[in-house]
Ligand binder design. Structure first.
Ligand code: HEM
Ligand code: HEM
Length: 302
């Protein structure tokens, strides 16, 4: 889980405890209803409920709609503004009443901070639910395209680049960094490669009917974990997608532990066994043991 959703949930839980203490205080001594009622309500609803919901939604919704937040840094700003707004509002109320005079001016200031945090939440969570605009894949690779995105989209292009003198691209870090910025034309110019010939070779490889068998598939940038081949056993950093493709019977182990819904999650393909185990609070060694038993059975029966 990312850091900010985790912070939202932790803060929400802290506000839940404070809200309960305030509620109990009012229950014991109803004369404290003023000023505590307002504080109790907002610590519970703006603190506990809203922050819990935001934290969970920020963790879950991008995964379920398989797209990134429209403004990821906004999460952090929402967190800061919502906490500052809430703490400021309840502090003003705690010092008397939020109504009237200077108090009200300060209260309005903190209300606006909290209000802005809601706009950020709306923007991020509303639009993460909109389907990503469909981009039709290019039918031809041209010199003005950037090297990194071309390799991300057409993994089989990597071998052509490396064969043609761009050996640095064999390094995944290079693909994720400078290759994202450099166009194919620029790269050819730097390496003294003829762009026309190279693009011909590239387009032949990428758009020929017969996919090249020699090139292993490259996972999207940022992917962790490793592929598994038939005959090998499963390890903590094996990717779930690759495991299930190689040993179909291991799917039952995941279903037993995580429920069937797990396979509707687009993230599972690129997550490692260890990541999914920690996300579902399942002991890693236990699930690895069960997976490897399944693998043995599957290998023996084939
Ligand atoms: C240990 C837990 C809780 C206790 C002991 C408690 C106690 C109270 C008390 C005594 C009041 C009446 C205050 C008054 O009118 O003078 C009240 C009001 C209220 N509480 Fe709680 N509460 C608790 C948890 C919560 C939670 C978790 C929420 C929301 C998530 C919540 C939301 C509210 C609201 C909205 C009101 C105002 C109701 C109205 O306008 O009539 N409370 N609570
Ligand atoms: C931008 C954030 C917010 C601001 C500036 C704000 C401000 C206020 C103000 C000024 C009042 C009137 C208090 C009074 O009569 O003394 C109020 C009441 C109330 N607010 Fe909020 N609020 C905010 C967020 C929320 C949220 C997120 C919830 C619920 C999810 C909520 C639930 C309530 C409730 C239930 C009352 C009635 C309290 C009562 O019965 O005395 N507020 N709020």
């Amino acid at each position: 889980m990312d850091n900010t959703p985790r912070l939202f949930i932790k803060a929400g839980l802290i506000y839940a405890v404070i809200g309960a203490v305030l509620g109990i205080t009012m229950a014991i001594n109803p004369s404290l209803s003023h000023p505590l009622r307002f504080i109790h309500i907002h610590v519970n609803l703006l603190g506990f409920m809203t922050m819990m919901v935001s934290g969970v939604a920020y963790h879950v919704l991008p995964r379920f709609s398989a797209r990134t937040l429209p403004w990821p840094a906004g999460m952090k700003y929402q967190f800061i503004l919502q906490n500052a707004g809430l703490i400021g509002m309840v502090a003003v109320q705690g010092f008397g009443d939020w109504r009237g005079g200077e108090h009200q001016v300060i209260f309005i200031f903190f209300s606006v901070l909290a209000g802005v945090s809601f706009f950020i939440m709306f923007y991020n969570l509303y639009f993460v639910l909109s389907p990503a605009p469909e981009e039709s894949p290019p039918t031809k690779i041209t010199g003005d395209m950037k090297v990194g995105p071309v390799i991300d989209q057409f993994p089989q292009a990597l071998a052509v680049f490396v064969d043609s003198g761009f050996q640095a691209l064999a390094n995944p870090t290079a693909r994720k960094t400078f290759a994202k910025m450099v166009s194919i034309d620029k790269a050819c110019e730097k390496h003294g490669v003829s762009p026309a010939e190279f693009l011909d070779k590239l387009n032949n490889e990428v758009f020929s009917e017969e996919p090249s068998a020699s090139v292993p598939p490259v996972a999207p940038a940022g992917t962790v974990g490793k592929e598994i081949q038939r005959g090998e056993s499963c390890e903590a950093d094996t990717r779930v997608g690759s495991l299930i493709k190689t040993y179909i019977t291991t799917k039952t182990v995941f279903e037993a532990h995580y429920g069937e819904g797990c396979f509707s999650c687009p993230g599972q393909v690129y997550e490692t066994v260890e990541q999914t185990a920690s996300m579902h609070n399942v002991d890693l060694n236990l699930i690895l043991g069960e997976i490897n038993v399944m693998i043995q059975k599957e290998l023996q029966s084939s």
